[in-house]
Design a binder for this molecule. Structure first.
Ligand code: COA
Length: 248
């Protein structure tokens, strides 16, 4: 059966006019013939962008490889015992006003390269608008917490942000984290994680399992979370894009 993309209303209009997705069942792959049929179907259904998620690398070069994400799990109290050893060098506060969303958008310049950020078809401004709306949805649904780090006593300069959320299984998800390159390796990230974890432990004491998804080439982030006791689960998410109208 040729693959048929599903419409993604949340992505559509932000990343491209009409976005579809295909999430392959575990272990399944796509060869060149299946990729061609998928592109035909997507073009016929008028999709501009289709993203594909697979549990293994695909056997085709007709779809653009946009990277691999690995999943790590850990324990909240283990991570808390480690971050409590780190000196607090930055003022950390929660997002509190409408103006803070503009600060967040500024800081997103420092966000990691993701499948959408690295796609040359997608302007950076579109990618940031999309990501901002994801974070806003978390805060509005009250399942997410966004914090900022400032040099002590200088509330005018934000040098990093971190969003922590809770998933449907009440896992604590390290959702998004970025630090201004000028301030890296100075414990900004650890100060932000410390703040968010303490807040989540106070508001959701039952949420003890930690989870994070990281691109497999993001050495800094993999090391950061490994040092907090998080370990790979073995689950991997391989992402591909196709632009059916360009490739048709
Ligand atoms: C990953 C990132 C958030 C780390 O921020 P940071 O403030 O520099 O991190 P910290 O100073 O708190 O470092 C904490 C630990 O993380 C690890 N780490 C951080 N940067 C590292 C690097 N460049 N190389 C190797 N390990 C690194 C180290 O174990 C470090 O502890 P140490 O300095 O005692 O060895 C930052 O590099 C960044 O913004 N990168 C781009 C965005 C990104 O990848 N975000 C994470 C998405 S999941």
């Amino acid at each position: 059966m040729p693959l048929q993309p599903l419409l993604q209303p949340f992505d559509s209009g932000k990343l491209a006019p009409r976005v579809g997705s295909v999430i392959l069942p575990h272990g399944e792959t796509i060869d060149d013939a299946a990729a061609r049929a998928l592109i035909e179907n997507a073009a016929a259904a008028d999709f501009d962008l289709v993203w594909i998620e697979a549990s293994r690398k695909l056997e085709t070069t007709l779809l653009d490889d946009r990277g691999t994400i690995v999943e790590l799990h850990g324990d909240r109290d283990t991570a808390l015992s480690k971050v409590r050893l780190v000196a607090l060098r930055y003022d950390v506060r929660e997002l509190e006003s409408e103006a803070d969303w503009a600060t967040l958008e500024e800081l997103m310049r420092f966000a990691p390269t993701s499948r959408f950020a690295s796609d040359p078809h997608i302007p950076q401004a579109s990618f940031r608008r999309h990501k901002l709306s994801l974070l806003q949805a978390h805060v509005q649904n009250r399942d997410g917490l966004v914090s900022f780090a400032h040099p002590t006593g200088d509330a005018t300069r934000a040098v990093g942000y971190h969003c922590t959320s809770l998933d449907a299984d009440r896992n604590v998800v390290f959702y998004d984290l970025a630090v201004d390159p000028e301030f890296r390796r100075g414990f900004v990230a650890l100060n932000l994680i410390s703040y968010n974890l303490e807040r989540v432990a106070a508001t959701h004491p039952d949420a003890r399992r930690l989870t994070v998804r990281i691109y497999d080439d993001n050495i800094a982030s993999l090391r950061l979370f490994a040092n907090l006791g998080l370990e790979p689960t073995g689950r991997q998410f391989h992402y591909y894009h196709c632009w059916p109208k360009d490739t048709h």
